[in-house]
Design a binder for this molecule. Structure first.
Ligand SMILES: Nc1ncnc2c1ncn2[C@@H]1O[C@H](COP(=O)(O)OP(=O)(O)O)[C@@H](O)[C@H]1O
Ligand SMILES: [Mg+2]
Length: 174
């Protein structure tokens, strides 16, 4: 999750409130509870990674944030405004762009090039990109580890990259 820079300058200006906040989110697909109450925040100018094994709920989290899936309970706030009842189109207008896995538009570019390119599109503030965990942690100021619908671990990207359990479970290392 990458907050976009302001077109007029410093992306790291803080007003104390997160640009994106997820509160106690519960999401279901029929009988399956994919998110069991997750909370996370992205401050302006921060790159935040969400990692986890297959089926942990990463895509579901992004689907709820971008309005493609209605949560059972909980809320998503974009610059303090709820997205409840907002359509995906309205959420894009609120400044959130989601690039789902396997559907990158600029497939020939590197992740970094994609992100930089994003900076040239005006009016949007948060970019949700599904990429590999290693790259995500290398870029991230902060990261959350999702385990079967719950946040299991939170830390700086650097800390999680150095964490043996994380390396073993999520970065494909033995
Ligand atoms: N369209 C769907 N219908 C039913 N279950 C789904 C659907 N999409 C995802 N799930 C289930 O929700 C859980 C979280 O999946 P997902 O968010 O895709 O995980 P991740 O992106 O971390 O691999 C998994 O148990 C998965 O099987
Ligand atoms: Mg996924």
């Amino acid at each position: 999750m990458i907050p976009r820079e302001r077109p007029d300058g410093d992306a790291r200006v803080q007003d104390g409130s997160p640009i994106l906040e997820v509160r106690d989110l519960v999401a279901r697909y029929g009988q399956i509870t994919a998110l069991k109450g997750i909370s996370l925040r992205v401050d302006e100018g921060q790159i935040v990674a969400l990692i986890g094994a297959n089926g942990a709920g990463k895509s579901t989290t992004l689907r709820v944030i971008s309005g493609l899936l209605q949560p059972a309970t909980g809320d998503v706030l974009i610059q303090g405004r709820t997205i409840r009842r907002a359509t995906p189109r309205a959420i894009v207008r609120m400044g959130v762009v989601h690039c789902p896995e396997g559907r990158r538009i600029f497939t020939r570019l590197t992740v970094l090039e994609n992100l930089r390119l994003g900076h040239y599109t005006r009016g949007n503030r948060v970019l949700l990109v599904e990429q590999n965990a290693n790259m995500a942690l290398r870029l991230a100021d902060r990261a959350y580890v999702l385990e079967t619908g719950r946040i299991a671990l939170e830390g700086s990207g650097r800390d999680l990259l150095a964490n043996d359990a994380v390396r073993k479970s999520y970065l494909g290392e033995i």
